[in-house]
Design a protein around this ligand. Structure first.
Ligand SMILES: [Zn+2]
Ligand SMILES: [Zn+2]
Length: 580
């Protein structure tokens, strides 16, 4: 993690701690603002801190905060954080991850009901302590209880949004250890799953001892679970387990295939091998000579082992991308030509400071240009999203003007004036048709009433997908991974309606959402529908989410042809225009 990301996380935590203890709201928002500024800063923080007046020149950083940042650079400690953290039980911070619990409520539960973590919260619900608190209704308590159950189930796994950057960083660091010629990740991470158990790393090295030593002593290791000559396991930041195996170069493909899984895919491949009088294991594909003991232990040479391709070929199978190695995927069908990050030419769902984004229209456009996009849709929230500063019709009109003005000044990119329009519980949209008709692109999304019945959800979403002025249904279920399940519409009915009206369904690439999920993408494609992959960026760094959306699309068998973000711009513009 870069210095500023690490410090931003500490400022965020400080803000949460202050709010829990009931600190002055002005100080809380100041700390949040500093976190945001740091999050978006992409220079060298230490260098800036040493430049006189450098930090103070940044918008949102006052004199006091600048001094604290300098102190952190010198000492690694954020002034005030340790003191306030000592006052607050450790488990309270974890409660903030439970859907429906903000810092203010957590503070109340702590002071008024003695809640200090998830276990004591569960107790307080069960013994009626929570119900005896003023202003704590039965419905609120039932919601908290639901969220607790849901979070407990999800707690054992790490989001791909945390695991992938971590693995990338680890591999980069270990690749520079002398003797390492290759290092890569395997497992559910390589298959692009939305949540990951452990991270499995696989390496080739001329000096395994040196690599294992570097692995077990790297920064962030909180426990070494095992350390041998060619493999080791560690726990990082007390959060995630990472396993490293060093294998000989000639066995890398067999090991990579084996440790990538899925288990079901490996079983199917072993079965295929048996049918051909072969034996497949993590060391290679061997002739089956009828002996019990493993062929590699008897000095037998494999038929294939160095690359995955060699092994698939020897089994007379097409190579499969890791994203298509789940139990639902066969092994004999040739896989489709899956979409890649490089295929994506644009983002069609982003926010600016007009609603709850952090950047201006121009800053967003320039970031999109930097990322090589040919176009960008600005889709701020509609009026009912009050908490997100949604735009009423008048503000939207001037916002459209402002987007057109910036567009005219930037020949490198085409800006589309859009909106993320709320879909009300009954399927009506948040703006009149007359307003919607002024926009280049309409993304319609559900934000509230996410617990309605499946029947109501189906009717609601079909109504929106059938609206002639709607182009995309944004995050169709509204789920948050590990936090809330979201709507549960009849997905096949929704996808069929969307396909019939030429409305695209979104894969929202935010790793907390990934909505549509991979299963739903498959259904949409089976119905002949279109997909749009968008990051829903609220700040520059959010454009990085794209890869999670693409991985989810690939797991759903998505090709560039079925993804409107990968089309030539002229084709997209024609498609957007279709209704008018
Ligand atoms: Zn949204
Ligand atoms: Zn959005």
């Amino acid at each position: 993690m870069s210095d500023q990301r690490e410090l931003a996380a500490q400022f965020d935590q400080l803000a949460a701690l202050m709010e829990i203890t009931g600190a002055n709201g002005f100080r809380v928002s100041a700390a949040r603002r500093v976190a945001r500024v740091l999050q978006e800063f992409d220079g060298d923080l230490r260098e800036l801190a040493e430049t006189p007046g450098g930090l103070e020149a940044m918008d949102g950083i006052g004199k006091g905060s600048a001094e604290r940042i300098r102190q952190w650079c010198r000492t690694g400690r954020l002034e005030g954080r340790d003191r306030i953290a000592a006052e607050v039980p450790d488990g309270l911070i974890g409660l903030l991850d439970i859907s429906g619990l903000g810092p203010k409520t957590v503070g109340r539960l702590w002071r008024e009901a003695g809640v200090t973590d998830t276990a004591t919260l569960r107790e307080a619900i069960n013994d009626g302590r929570l119900a005896s608190l003023p202003r704590m209704g039965a419905k609120t308590i039932a919601n908290i209880s639901d969220s607790l159950d849901f979070a407990a189930k999800a707690a054992q796994r790490t989001s791909i949004g945390a695991a992938l950057p971590l693995a990338t960083q680890l591999c980069a660091a270990l690749a520079s250890v002398p003797g390492t010629t290759r290092i890569d990740w395997a497992g559910s991470l390589r298959r692009g799953c939305e949540t990951i158990g452990d991270i499995d790393l696989l390496a080739i090295s001329g000096d395994p001892t040196c690599l294992i030593a570097a692995f077990t002593t790297q920064p962030g290791v909180t426990k070494v679970l095992a350390a041998g000559d060619t493999k080791a396991s560690v726990r990082l930041n007390d959060q995630i387990q990472i396993d490293l195996r060093v294998v000989p170069e000639q066995e890398f493909g067999a090991a990579w295939l084996y440790f990538t899984g899925s288990k079901e895919h490996n079983v199917a491949l072993r079965h295929r091998a048996q049918q051909r009088n072969l034996r497949l294991n993590e060391y290679g594909l061997f002739p089956d000579d009828g002996e019990e003991s493993p062929p590699q232990d008897r000095g037998k040479r494999p038929i294939a082992s160095q690359t995955e391709q060699d092994i698939y070929e020897a089994l007379e199978l097409p190579w499969r991308p890791p994203e298509l190695r789940e139990s639902r995927d066969g092994i004999t069908e040739p896989p489709p030509d899956l979409i890649t990050v490089e295929d994506i030419c644009r983002d069609l769902h982003t926010h600016t400071t007009a609603s709850d984004g952090h950047l201006s229209i121009r800053d967003m456009a320039e970031e999109a240009i930097r990322r090589g996009f040919d176009s960008l849709a600005i889709t701020d929230h509609s009026r009912s999203s009050v908490q997100a500063n949604g735009l009423d019709a008048d503000r939207l009109r001037s916002h459209i003007e402002a987007i057109r003005e910036v567009d005219a000044s930037l020949p490198e990119i085409t800006l589309l004036a859009g909106s993320e329009v709320d879909i009300h519980a009954d399927g009506r949209l948040d703006y009149d048709d007359e307003i919607l008709a002024m926009l280049d692109i309409v993304v319609a999304s559900p934000h509230a009433a996410l617990k309605q019945s499946p029947d109501d959800a189906t009717a609601r979403l079909i109504e929106a997908a059938s609206h002639p002025l709607v182009h995309i249904i944004g995050h169709p279920t509204g789920r948050m991974i590990g936090r809330r399940p979201g709507l549960e519409p009849d997905m096949r009915a929704l996808c069929a309606a969307a396909a019939a009206h030429g409305t695209a369904l979104e894969i929202n690439a935010n790793p907390k959402r990934l909505d549509l999920c991979d299963r739903h993408v498959r259904i949409a494609l089976e119905c002949g529908g279109l997909i749009s992959i968008n990051t829903d960026a609220h700040q520059a760094g959010h454009f990085d989410f794209l890869r999670y959306g693409v991985l989810t699309g690939r797991r759903g068998t998505l090709t560039a042809e079925a993804c409107i973000n990968a089309w030539p711009l002229s084709r997209l513009l024609e498609w957007l225009d279709r209704g008018s």
